[in-house]
Design a binder for this molecule. Structure first.
Ligand code: ATP
Ligand code: MG
Length: 598
């Protein structure tokens, strides 16, 4: 499979990349990392002064206690160009005010604080302040409609909601009867709105004391409740604990290679919204725990303004997603001409498989490749990564993090696990339990949670293979894999081959039932600007795919689309392409970002 991809002239099997500009934290990622242990890594955290562990204290207050309070923590860039910079000391005070406000309202440790707003500074203050107060936090996408908001608030038993007056009026006011447990709403902004328990942030939080003694949570105290992306079905609520902060530190340090020392710290930008887990673990917690400058951009994707942010803010470490990269690729490298991106030294990507073409394009466009890494809402942090010091094999998600043991395997009906020792054999991707950021439950779905584990292994639901050098290659989600004439085909390899064609911006691949082959491969393709759907182009793409993949794996049919259906976290919803193709029920669409039907 991926070997075929690497035979392409454009895509080398192993990428020659520029030598890292500074010595990576993980200098030898090929080693067994025998020197790493989670116990020893604890030394990089401080713990609460009176004992215990709290994410917000590690992310914010301990930097102040250690004399780094004047350093920049959050650099916020608003939609209209407004800016706000918060030092670690200012963030400590702001989060303490919010924690005091929660206490004054009688919101108890363990109760749930939901946040529904765009990427405003108050979002970051509310998440960290609620953690400080010992509350459990759930950030929601501000673009969710009323129904997904109501179901999540109901499921998660939201006690307090932080939102804006506009969002409250449009999406929440009409739901209040369904949410009797939602006692308080804090509105951020100048406008106002009426409703039970509705108060203004500025009146309550700004008036609160900036001194708060962090609630004595410990490593097993629940911290965040994060809903999955809903790519394969109804979103699950993954329960996380404060102990995850150790993994946030380790992965920020090793996988994203964040540096902060006495002279200098990285300027880091994670483009994800905190409505999905990347935007929380790596858009809030990990960068702050690692003590770097965390750039927050309120505006949504726009290639030209993103390039401007990279240049103007002198971003050095950038963490983004395949959908955004594909959108940039669609526009070509023209918009980058003349930009001074000399500060940029490391680029990473997560969320979906990163097509080999995108890795190579990164090198052409930025002089640096994107480093793919893999994880899930359930894992709480990055598990497999292409490290700064490691050669990239385009199309591979890299190697396990220090402290993480991955394997390829399967289990029988009794739950007995068989591991695959040989290289290049496809199977389910497994992770050895436990690790600090592992989910501790699916909310209200205990049986489903327990089904994820067998004999000390966590079953990820993703299929992968490991090559002889220990690199992991994503094959597909177990649900998306296509079985055609005895072949198991991962949609990713077919999509990757298609997007190597200059006309293709994006591709989504599904299996459709076929009386002889069982299933045959069908591709949905969105074209780059300047290309029009035609019979001739379709034949050309079918030929291109056959040449790259062989007749058994190549699609039998292609349908052109303006856009592919995606989740709000930017993942192609193959299950929706399939349901619509086969006229089946569409299932939970609460996280659907764009509806191609419209
Ligand atoms: P749901 O579980 O609700 O169907 P989801 O799995 O998309 O949604 P997330 O937890 O946001 O929810 O996403 C994790 C999944 O995203 C992984 O299991 C994997 O399928 C995919 N993924 C993430 N990063 C990568 C990557 N680098 N390569 C391939 N797939 C990835
Ligand atoms: Mg999932």
């Amino acid at each position: 499979m991926n070997q075929q991809t690497s035979e392409s002239a454009r895509i080398p099997a192993r990428l020659v990349k520029p030598k890292p500009r500074i010595t990576p934290h993980l200098a030898d990622p090929s080693g067994p990392n025998a020197s790493f242990s989670w116990d020893q890594a604890q030394a990089h955290l401080s713990g609460l002064p009176g004992g215990g562990l709290n994410i917000a204290y590690e992310a914010v207050d301990r930097h102040v206690a250690d004399g780094r309070g004047t350093r920049e923590a959050i650099r916020w860039i608003g939609k209209t160009g407004a800016r706000r910079s918060l030092s670690y000391a200012e963030l400590a005070e702001a989060t303490s005010r919010f924690a005091n406000a929660l206490q004054a309202l009688g919101v108890m440790p363990g109760e749930r604080v939901f946040v529904l707003m765009g990427r405003l500074p108050e979002l970051y203050i509310a998440v960290l302040g609620a953690l400080k107060a010992g509350c459990v936090v759930t950030p929601l996408f501000s673009a969710f409609g009323p129904e997904p908001i109501a179901t999540r608030c109901e499921m998660g038993d939201a006690r307090l909601l932080v939102t804006t007056p506009e969002l409250y009026q449009r999406k929440v006011a009409g739901l209040r009867e369904r949410l009797p447990g939602l006692r308080h709403v804090l509105l951020v902004g100048d406008a106002t709105a009426e409703g039970p328990g509705v108060q203004r942030w500025h009146e309550l939080v700004d008036a609160a004391s900036p001194v708060f003694s962090t609630t004595a949570t410990d490593a097993e105290t629940m911290s965040l409740l994060h809903f999955t992306s809903g790519t394969t079905g109804r979103p699950k609520g993954a329960v996380h604990v404060h102990g995850a902060v150790l993994a946030h530190w380790a992965t920020g340090h090793y996988a994203l290679d964040l540096h902060s020392d006495a002279q200098e710290s990285d300027v880091y930008w994670c483009t994800a919204d905190p409505g999905w887990v990347t935007g929380t673990s790596y858009g809030i917690i990990a960068p702050l725990v690692c003590g770097v400058v965390n750039v927050v951009v309120e505006a949504e994707f726009d290639a030209a303004s993103w390039y401007e942010v990279l240049e103007r803010e002198r971003v050095s470490v950038w963490y983004t997603a395949p959908t955004a990269i594909r959108m940039m690729m669609k526009l070509g490298t023209e918009a980058l001409r003349g930009r001074d991106l000399s500060a940029l030294r490391f680029m990473a990507s997560v969320g979906e498989p990163l097509n080999p073409e995108a890795v190579v394009w990164g090198l052409e466009a930025f002089g640096l490749p994107f480093h793919d890494n893999w994880w899930q809402t359930e894992t709480g942090g990055i598990m497999i990564a292409n490290f700064a010091a490691m050669d990239i094999k385009p199309g591979s998600m890299g190697k396990p993090l220090p402290g993480i043991t991955a394997a390829i395997g399967s289990r029988d009906a009794e739950g007995h696990v068989s591991l695959v020792e040989q290289p290049d054999v496809q199977g389910e991707l497994l992770l050895k339990t436990p690790w600090p950021s592992m989910m501790r439950g699916y909310l209200n779905e205990d049986a489903r949670y327990r089904k994820c584990f067998s004999e000390g292994w966590y079953f990820t639901g993703d299929l992968a293979r490991r090559d002889v050098e220990g690199y992991y290659w994503f094959v597909g989600r177990a649900d998306d894999v296509i079985k055609s004439s005895g072949h198991l085909i991962g949609p990713f390899e077919v999509e990757s081959a298609l997007i190597e064609h200059p006309a293709v911006a994006e591709a989504g691949v599904i299996g459709v039932p076929d009386p002889t082959a069982g299933e045959v491969v069908k591709a949905f393709v969105a074209l780059k600007p300047g290309f029009e759907p035609s019979e001739a182009l379709m034949r050309e793409l079918l030929g291109h795919a056959r040449k790259r993949l062989g007749a058994a794996v190549a699609p039998k049919s292609i349908e052109f689309r303006i856009d592919l259906p995606k989740t709000r976290s930017g993942k192609i919803m193959r299950r929706l392409l399939k349901a619509r193709e086969l006229g089946l029920p569409e299932g939970d669409l609460s996280t659907l970002e764009n509806d191609e039907k419209k």
